[in-house]
Design a binder for this molecule. Structure first.
Ligand SMILES: [Zn+2]
Length: 266
């Protein structure tokens, strides 16, 4: 785990036993661990799958927490996915594929939680994380970048341990080599996002807006092992940008080329 170069927000003295989201957003202590959490559990209030330090009130009762349908929040958005997954999914058997996806999702979540982010959405071989909501994080860009570096380190070790290349064909008869492109790509952007419950059939919150879209686009341009950080986000975490280079990206639907800093984890 990397040494954090950012200050975590002042925490309630019972960090870990109460929901950090409810505390940061409402200053209400909701017990999520220990004996005090038991009566809450009876009412279906448990730890969130988005982050075990927040509860299902802040996950599913956004309007109750914020007293509004949605809010504008300064946040950092991180997208990550397994590069080359589509290609792999045509050649690998489903057991190995699901093993790979759960390894990826598990390692990513650990890294994101360690830096107070939440895993807001999981989409098979990809995910979207939010930093600075609902857990407040003073330098959320730095938190996201450090999480991304942990993701790269943890996932590359885990993916290697799966020994993916030899004998990966579904019938086992061929020795299929998967050349290059196996690994994780990450995109990070920061700014104002709209956070709220935007779906009529899902009751949990998410973030939408241009910042979210650009973070997703950056991720789609990241090669295996790369972390693409928008220039705007990078400017808020210059101390983490040593050894990076700048890449100019022409993105569909965006007139001007977008400048991104490229971090490569070895
Ligand atoms: Zn909560």
């Amino acid at each position: 785990m990397t040494t954090a170069s950012y200050e975590k927000a002042p925490l309630h003295s019972s960090r870990g036993t109460i929901c950090q989201g409810c505390w940061d957003q409402m200053h209400v202590p909701i017990p999520i661990r220990g004996a005090l959490a038991l009566p809450f559990r009876a009412f279906g209030i448990t730890r969130s799958k988005m982050n075990p330090n927040i509860c299902t009130i802040c996950e599913r009762a956004f309007q109750y927490v914020k007293k509004q349908r949605h809010v504008t929040a300064d946040a950092t958005i991180l997208f990550a996915d397994i590069r080359g997954f589509t290609n792999l999914s045509e050649r690998m058997d489903v057991v190995k594929l699901s093993e790979m996806v759960s390894l990826f999702q598990g390692r990513c979540a650990e890294a994101i939680w360690a830096h107070d982010g939440i895993v807001n959405k999981q989409m098979g071989d990809g995910l979207m994380a939010i930093f600075n909501f609902p857990i407040v994080c003073t330098n959320h860009v730095a938190a996201a970048i450090l999480a991304a570096q942990d993701i790269q380190r943890n996932c590359s070790a885990a993916l290697r341990s799966l020994n993916i290349d030899p004998g990966a064909s579904p019938d086992g008869a061929q020795d299929v080599r998967v050349d290059g492109g196996i690994g994780v790509g990450v995109g990070i952007h920061s700014g104002d996002v709209e956070i709220g419950e935007f779906s009529s059939f899902r009751s949990d919150f998410t973030a939408i807006g241009g910042v979210v879209n650009l973070a997703a686009r950056l991720e789609s341009q990241a090669a295996a092992g790369e972390i693409l950080v928008s220039a705007a986000a990078a400017a808020q975490a210059e101390d983490l940008m040593a050894g990076t280079h700048t890449r100019s990206l022409v993105l569909k639907g965006i007139e001007q080329p977008v400048q991104a800093r490229v971090l490569v984890t070895h």
